[in-house]
Design a protein around this ligand. Structure first.
Ligand code: TRP
Length: 442
């Protein structure tokens, strides 16, 4: 088995409701990538970033819930991916400050978003920095902290973010140079632009984007809202029976993003054969619905149970902090913010830190579960839900004496840890050795 793991990380600003363009252009490919072997994916809700763009608290909180539910309903597996909220990891703003202290102001002066604001002010004839907050100005530093905190190798983003990635590399290099003492503290992240993912046209034919007010909602409003939006897509005035230019039609571009090659070819032939725009819109709705329809119930269920989403995000933050806390301690050390090195304190800290933990809890459905944490705080697994807490405990104990390497791996790369005919938990194959060691040490 290859031990090379690529850490892939991306953030989603929580300042809106996900639309079809977000789904086809970002969510769907990211989830797909997260299932590949050798990929350790970190996906997070950039809610601190949302505060820069949006001053409406109810909008920020609603968007956080909608976006989290969307990713989960679209198939993100939180046991496999580290899925968390930026604001649940206090080490990120702490690192952001350390980076701020080594970032040249001149570098930030060159950021596209800031320059665009200054240009717009010049055009209006007002002060260059009118309406520019320090949040907007130092946006790229916070983004660098998001990425460098987890030493991400690859960061899949849209083209508009390329400059931010270059800045993150710049800042990382400078920090490494100043504080690394010959060793690199930060990995230099690579930007990843996916050329082959779909860029969807919006209702007016321009790129689908919240800022153009031309989006088609993904889940919000149900199939009705989808139909109503599709009805508004602009077409030419050719009548039913007249051949249409499929390649030039937004309906066809949208259709293709949700269809197999064969289905798309059939749709194209039908348009060229004179299919009416009304019928074509109907077919487009059905095609989109065939892909997202099955996820709707899950989305609605999550939106109706915010406590479940909350629990998943909390567990994700704990996983993320399993990396962030020890790394931050190292960085504090590097910049000179050392902890007092009383020997006793250190020894106690090491003893406490060096213990694996098995934590039992009742989940939001009322079932009992356990989480296993490694000695470094990383979450290794979440058990299956059990009605009987005694059975759950018992199975964990039985497995701590078993040889876990003997269990088979399934097609998803997961191992079912079985005892006495029950599946106690499923965990990634790569984690089995760590699970074994942690269970034995309890
Ligand atoms: N700035 C990104 C955007 O608007 C969101 C984001 C915040 C992000 N932090 C990140 C993306 C870290 C990748 C990595 O799309």
């Amino acid at each position: 088995m290859s031990t090379e793991v690529t850490r892939v990380l991306t953030g989603i600003t929580t300042s809106g409701t996900p639309h079809l363009g977000n789904y086809a252009g970002a969510i769907r490919p990211a989830i797909q990538a997260s299932t590949q072997a050798g990929v350790d994916a970190f996906f997070f809700l950039a809610d601190f970033h949302a505060l820069i763009k949006c001053g409406d608290p109810s909008m920020v909180s609603r968007s956080r819930m909608e976006i989290a539910s969307t990713w989960l309903a679209a198939g993100l597996n939180p046991d496999r991916v580290t899925f968390y909220r930026q604001s649940d990891v206090p080490e990120i703003p702490e690192l952001c400050w350390m980076l701020t202290c080594v970032t040249a102001k001149g570098l930030m002066n060159r950021a596209h978003a800031y320059k665009a604001a200054v240009d717009a002010n010049a055009a209006k004839g007002v002060e260059p920095d009118d309406g520019v907050t320090m949040g907007l100005f130092s946006y790229p530093v916070l983004m660098a902290a998001d990425i460098l905190m987890f030493n991400a190798h690859r960061v899949p983003v849209g083209r508009d973010q390329i400059q931010h990635l270059e800045m993150a590399r710049d800042i990382a290099q400078r920090f490494n140079h100043l504080y690394g003492g010959g060793q690199d503290l930060f990995v230099l992240p690579e930007v990843q632009i996916d050329e082959d993912v779909a860029t969807l046209p919006g209702l007016d034919g321009r790129k689908m984007s919240k800022s153009y007010h031309n989006t088609i909602p993904l889940f919000e409003g149900g199939p009705k809202a989808l139909k109503a939006a599709v009805a508004q897509i602009v077409t030419d005035s050719r009548l039913p029976g007249e051949p249409k230019d499929a390649e030039d039609s937004h309906l066809y571009t949208l259709y293709r993003a949700f269809a197999t090659h064969e289905q798309a070819a059939a749709f194209k032939a039908a348009l060229e054969g004179g299919l009416g725009w009304g019928d074509a819109k109907h077919a487009l709705c059905e095609q989109i619905e065939s892909q997202i329809g099955p996820m709707r119930a899950h989305y609605a269920d999550l939106m109706a149970h915010p406590d479940r989403v909350e629990e998943i995000l909390r567990a994700g933050a704990q996983k993320a902090r399993g990396h962030a806390v020890p790394f931050m301690a190292r960085l504090r050390e590097a910049v000179g913010l050392r902890q007092p090195t009383a020997k006793a304190g250190k020894a106690r800290h090491e003893r406490e830190a060096a213990k694996a933990k098995l934590v039992s809890f009742k989940d939001s459905t009322g079932a009992f579960r356990q989480r296993l944490f490694a000695s470094d705080g990383r979450e290794l697994l979440l058990s299956e839900p059990f009605e009987d807490p005694k059975l759950l405990n018992h199975l964990g104990r039985v497995l701590s004496g078993a040889d876990l390497s003997a269990f088979a791996v399934d097609a998803e790369g997961l191992v079912s840890l079985m005892a006495e005919g029950h599946c106690w938990a499923r965990c990634a194959q790569a984690q089995v050795a760590a699970v074994q060691e942690s269970l034995r040490s309890l």
